[in-house]
Design a protein around this ligand. Structure first.
Ligand SMILES: [Zn+2]
Length: 129
């Protein structure tokens, strides 16, 4: 089997559990790519940005494509959110590219919750202006 994250071949001991479902990632990647929810609270003029992300390391395009399945963690957090008054943004690569353009509009409206798969330094947007 070929790991979908590191692109290396791996082999596991035969087991009945693999009869109907083969593992897609190797044991090393299973452990090292375990999602860990981290939160950064950034004060802005009209409130705070609650920035949630799952990976601090840089991810390749291939890894991002596979790991996007962990967005379910964010969707469950959104369902549990009680207020509903804040703005929620799920950042992907395309949205991050235009962040400087739309951040001034969003960050002036109050509390903002941002979710992204990997950590991005948002300070370059000058959100404290
Ligand atoms: Zn792997």
């Amino acid at each position: 089997m070929k790991c979908r994250l590191c692109d290396r071949f791996f082999n596991l001991e035969d087991s009945f559990s693999f009869l109907f479902k083969f593992p897609q990632i190797c044991p090393d990647c299973t452990e090292s790519f375990m999602p860990k929810l981290k939160t950064e609270v950034i004060p802005i003029t009209g409130g705070v940005i609650n920035y949630h992300y799952l990976y601090e390391r840089n991810l390749s395009h291939l890894q991002k494509t596979y790991l996007e399945r962990h967005y379910i963690i964010f969707f469950k957090m959104m369902q549990k959110a009680e207020t509903g008054d804040e703005i929620v943004v799920l950042i992907d690569e395309r949205l991050l590219h235009d962040l400087k353009n739309w951040s001034k509009l969003i960050f002036s409206l109050g509390d903002v919750t941002i979710y992204s798969l990997q950590y991005h330094d948002l300070s370059y947007t000058n959100f404290l202006d």
